[in-house]
Every structure is written in C-alpha cells, then in structure tokens.
Design a protein around this ligand. Sequence first.
Ligand code: NYM
Ligand code: MG
Length: 209
Amino acid sequence: MGGQKRGALIVLEGLDRSGKSSQCASLVSFLQQKGLEAEAWRFPDRTTAVGTMLSSYLTSATELDDHAVHLLFSANRWEKRALLEGRLKAGTTLVVDRYAHSGVAFSAAKGLDLEWCKAPETGLPSPDLVLYLNIPAEVAAARGGYGAERYEDIGFQKKVALQFELLRASNWEVVDGRLSFDDVQEIVRKHAVSAINKCQGGRDLLRLW
Ligand code: NYM
Ligand code: MG
C-alpha cells in the first residue's frame, strides 16, 4: 500500500489531580525514546484568544453563562482541529491531556443536559484510546495543589466522576489512579503502544461520538 501511517490520538482523562499531566509527559518521553514521533497536547489550550477567556474564567477573574463557557471550551478544540488532524496524518502520535470528555463531564456536572453538551463536539476526531485515570475525589483532593481554580472542590468533582462514567465507551481503558506512578505508567504505556500499532496498521480516524 505504501503511504504514511498515521499517528494515534491518545487522550488522558480524569478528575483534577488524577495524575494526567505527569503521565502524559512521561508517555511522550517514552514514545520519543522508542524513536516514535509524539507530541504532548492539552485542553484547554490557554495560549489562544479563546483560551485566554477560558483561563480567566477558570481563575474566576471573569464570570460567564454556563452554556457560553461550554461552547468556548468546544471552540477551543475546533480551532485546533486542522492542526491536530494534520499532525496525525503526518504520522505523529498526540498524547492529549483532556479532550471533549472533560468538556461534557464538567458542564453536565453543573446540570446542563448531557446531549446538549455532547452536540458541539460532534465531528471532532475521535480518540483512538481514552485512558481514564480513575481516582476517588477524596484521594485526588488529598494530593494537594487543589482549590486554586474553579471546579476544584470534592463535591463538584464527585458529580464530574458520575458524568465521566456515562461517557465510557469501547475505546476507553479505565486505569486505577491510586496505583503507584510507575504502575500506572506501565499500564498506560502498554495500552498506548497497542493503539499506535493499530493506527499504523491502517485503522481509520473516526469522529465523535
Ligand atoms: N475543563 C476542561 C472543562 O470544564 N471543559 C473542558 O472542555 C476542558 C478541556 O478545565 N478543572 C475544566 C477541567 C479542569 C479545568 O483544566 C482546567 P486543567 O487540565 O486543570 O488545566
Ligand atoms: Mg486543573
């Protein structure tokens, strides 16, 4: 067949302080050391104009209607869509810290309708793999560095966890986030390598949902 094999879209999801950011960084270095093209991405991407609005909302510098901010989080993914797809097609694997699932779970936890929350994400590239770092809200809160931003509250995070459960699908792997960093890392690596192999084997890039 020839032609370049595409990279995988690998998303890490979970509550705040579930360990996503450290595991993303570690996974990207691991893949690069294996000689694979891999990049770390994250949402929200606070570097864009939309991202600046999201950042000031998250730090409570500004207030926004729940629906409006939901659409901004989604717009922040759409504005990166062409770049994201271009990278995948060029063969680069993207390891993404949060994606549309966070978008839906955090807004639905506020009481917005789940289907309404999913609608603006429809058509975005679907992850080949979602690694959900599963951790009780109390354990996450005890890890420290918590409470500085909007949503960083145990009661709210429990509601978010319930919404994440509703989004679980066949491309998800639920990883016990209470395991040691090294144990989580090993499981994350195994699933990531398997997803990358499937993409190199010609797996189509699907769309949400
Ligand atoms: N968040 C993140 C949302 O509410 N909607 C989204 O679409 C995304 C991507 O932003 N508490 C929330 C979840 C987090 C917060 O993310 C900031 P991070 O990964 O802590 O920078
Ligand atoms: Mg956070």
